[in-house]
Ligand binder design. Sequence first.
Ligand SMILES: NC(=O)C1=CN([C@@H]2O[C@H](COP(=O)(O)OP(=O)(O)OC[C@H]3O[C@@H](n4cnc5c(N)ncnc54)[C@H](OP(=O)(O)O)[C@@H]3O)[C@@H](O)[C@H]2O)C=CC1
Ligand SMILES: CC(C)(CO)C(=O)C(=O)O
Length: 344
Amino acid sequence: MKITVIGGGPVGLTYCALLQQGGHSVRLWSQTHPDGLNQRFDGTFSGDHVIPGAGSLEDAVKDADVVLLARCAQGMQDVLDRLAPILDGQTVIFSAELSFGSIYLAHALMRSQARAGIVSWSTTVATAQRRDGVVRVGTVRDVIDMAVSGGMDAQDGLRLCQELFGDRFRLKSSPALIGMSNLNPPIHLANSLANLTRIERAEDWENYQCITPVVGRMIEALDTERLALAGRFGFEVRDVFDHYMMTFPGIRRGSVSEMAQQVYERAPGTMGPRSLETRYITEDVPFGLIPLCELGRRSGVPMPLHEAAIGTLSTYLGRDFRAQNGMLETVVAELQDLLGAATS
Ligand SMILES: NC(=O)C1=CN([C@@H]2O[C@H](COP(=O)(O)OP(=O)(O)OC[C@H]3O[C@@H](n4cnc5c(N)ncnc54)[C@H](OP(=O)(O)O)[C@@H]3O)[C@@H](O)[C@H]2O)C=CC1
Ligand SMILES: CC(C)(CO)C(=O)C(=O)O
């Protein structure tokens, strides 16, 4: 199959490598790596991959069967606005649907009278980080929840994902459910707040080791609010405990902190952020958490801990996170339509 991966961060590059290993024809569209690149990988798999650039966005889309989005949410709206008018029957996959970008794209497609199948994944197939130019692949997940929209047949969407990345996908009913299933934003919020001076001082710190009992307790409490919001719409989303069990096969179930310590002990080296510009904050708060709070507000589900944690972080950093999400109004209005009477 012909796939264009959009976004040349560690996750996008790992997708390119995995897809090449699977015999697919892959090109990368990346503002950081416009001409493609030679990339070294280590960790779960290792080796060098030559990843060709895709040229213009029009070229990248024209010949592709699948457009796989692996951009951060901050870079999503721009790409979606440009993609919507030029899509013509391709399938667009949102890897790690944390910003409700699929809802935004469906809206943009309607306005452009263009068509595309849309697939949303609850999280990435692989975790990866870049260190000293090398992409270190952490885990390749066994189970990923997915949903289709844009008029795509669910079984077609499932088959497509399996053809690309194997038998690891579970079909769910709605992209809204998938958007509420992403655990990174609350985990990253709790971890960033408690380790903020480490981040500010650019210290080297182990991500999972620093999910200590106090951080774990905060993650569990935030998760309770997310589950209540999802429950308001009749969605059964996995909780943070299942998320860890699914992401790290073989660990023992325990508190979030206990599971995080096992992850650290088994494979140290997944480092926490070293700059306040980390996407744990700049992506996850405006795009992952603010829409949930807004939906909570409009549907009568209180999210006091989320609001307090975001307010605290916003004061620490002197930032208005709400203003940073240009998709917010469209996304929340579309979600209200989609979720119907439940929010009225
Ligand atoms: N890394 C991981 O293990 C995991 C990542 N995720 C999610 O997957 C996605 C990709 O992750 P990862 O590759 O680590 O992400 P990166 O932070 O490396 O960003 C990926 C790409 O997004 C674009 N981008 C980043 N920041 C901005 C910005 N401020 N404005 C515009 N565009 C920007 C760039 O695209 P370009 O190449 O075009 O310049 C960049 O290469 C993210 O949404 C992340 O939250 C989820 C689970 C695990
Ligand atoms: C570190 C990890 C794998 C878990 O929080 C991650 O999801 C990320 O880098 O975004």
